[in-house]
Design a protein around this ligand. Structure first.
Ligand code: ATP
Ligand code: MG
Length: 416
């Protein structure tokens, strides 16, 4: 038997999980503040949900999905991202009919068969949010402002850069694609084989290629930002104005393309230069055609996702230490009949809301105190036969090793 995780998967151990919870708690709090409700969706969908949403010629769909045939012959895929599933749920549950605006957030594990590196896994956690209904640029800005507020709330915003751009829409993008093809065609021989293929299938993806040669050629390519139609340019201008008035610091990066086909108009990325090549911490954008693509009524939408592992890595760097679970009181005991008294005292402490932990099995007092110390306990009760017979218990202050006797009956009510 293999007693290890498959490559690219990892455990989050108890020592680290406090930091995860801190980040998750803040996400929940901030999303609540912005009027978003949590939605929980399955970790898998019919493969078609992702193929139709992400685009069949994207890296994820072409080579990163965990896909298998179910017992009934249907093709199932472990979710590589959250948006497609949320939109599927939006359509399936006719959410558009219940409210003109749906604000949903989710969190959970995503699966992509990538080459694992620090900050890049095959199983990783994302938190994301989707705002469905409005086309208004205020909704783009509101969502981006929320992302920034969340990153501020966990003390990371001063280490991050927010970049925005616009990818245009179905009116201006086709012309832009033609321009791209015209630009890349004479360079086709110098492109990687993937990009040579993309030239015919999805030329926008060439801009996203990680190959050095392709990146050099792509650097001089025409930019979507310079080719927006009037409506898209006006929309982008308004997003910028709202972001400015919300005090969100952003820069414009016309090179953002995003790895998925569903994006239209506003796109954004939050990056850091502290995590090597895994520099993307959060990303998102508008996807006005996706709901319809998945069989719902034409519904504009904008959303984002952030990678938990990268947030955690960055948070550890920015704020080392301080995330251990700490127990307030430890209960040690030595001698006949003391274990039952310890059990009762521990329960009484917890009843009063004091985090307490007892020894199991009664080793030597020395080893019990060692465990108490390790647990981070501020106080330790020591129950001995002699004290117990007098209705007393020793209270040891761990920092100073000073001890005093207190009434065992009154012990749970002490202020710790
Ligand atoms: P990258 O360019 O690093 O591959 P991406 O553009 O594929 O990122 P998205 O699909 O936008 O990423 O997902 C949103 C966020 O999820 C990313 O910004 C990143 O923080 C995180 N993420 C994406 N892929 C992984 C992965 N394999 N392991 C860990 N985190 C990931
Ligand atoms: Mg990727």
């Amino acid at each position: 038997m293999e007693t290890r995780t498959p490559r690219g998967f990892h455990d989050v151990l108890p020592d680290e999980v406090r930091r995860w919870q801190f980040i998750e708690d803040n996400a929940r709090r901030i999303f609540d503040l912005y009027g978003f409700s949590e939605i929980r969706i399955p970790v898998l969908e019919f493969t078609e949900v992702f193929a139709r949403s992400l685009g069949t010629t994207t890296d994820i769909v072409e080579k990163e999905m965990y896909t298998f045939t179910d017992r009934d012959g249907s093709s199932i895929t472990l979710r590589p991202e959250g948006t497609a599933g949320v939109v599927r749920a939006f359509v399936e549950n006719s959410m558009h009919a219940k409210s003109p605006v749906s604000k949903l957030w989710y969190s959970g594990m995503m699966f992509r068969h990538e080459r694992p590196q620090k900050g890049r896994y095959r199983g990783f956690y994302q938190i994301g949010a989707e705002l469905l209904g409005p086309e208004d640029p205020a909704s783009d800005a509101d969502l981006i402002a929320m992302v920034w507020k969340f990153l501020e709330s966990i003390g990371l915003s001063d280490r991050l850069t927010l970049e925005i751009s616009s990818l245009g829409d179905q009116r201006c993008r086709p012309q832009y694609k033609e321009k791209l093809v015209a630009y890349f065609k004479p360079e086709a021989d110098r492109l990687c084989p993937d990009c040579r293929r993309r030239l015919g299938t999805n030329p926008l993806r060439i801009l996203d290629c990680k190959e050095e040669g392709c990146r050099k050629i792509a650097a001089g390519a025409p930019k979507m930002m310079d080719n927006l139609c009037g409506e898209c340019a006006a929309h982008f201008g308004a997003v910028r104005e709202y972001l400015g008035s919300a005090g969100v610091p952003y820069t414009i990066n016309p090179k953002i393309v995003r790895g998925l086909d569903y994006y239209t108009r506003t796109v954004f990325e939050v990056t850091t230069n502290e995590l090597g090549s895994q520099n993307a911490v959060a990303a998102g954008g508008r996807y006005d055609g996706l709901v319809e693509e998945l069989g719902g009524p034409g519904t504009p939408a904008v959303g984002f996702a952030t990678g938990m592992e990268r947030l955690v890595l960055l948070h550890e760097k920015a704020h080392p230490g301080g995330f251990r679970r700490e127990i307030k009181v430890f209960i040690a005991y030595v001698g006949e009949g003391t274990e039952t008294a310890a059990f009762r005292l521990t329960a009484a402490l917890r009843e009063r809301g004091v985090p307490a932990e007892m020894e199991y099995g009664g080793k030597s007092l020395k080893s019990q105190l060692k465990r108490a110390d390790k647990s981070g306990a501020v106080y330790t009760f020591i129950i001995g036969e002699d004290e117990l017979s007098r209705g007393k218990v020793k209270l040891r202050r761990m920092e100073t090793s000073s001890e005093e006797e207190v009434d065992i009956e009154a012990a749970p009510a002490l202020s710790f």
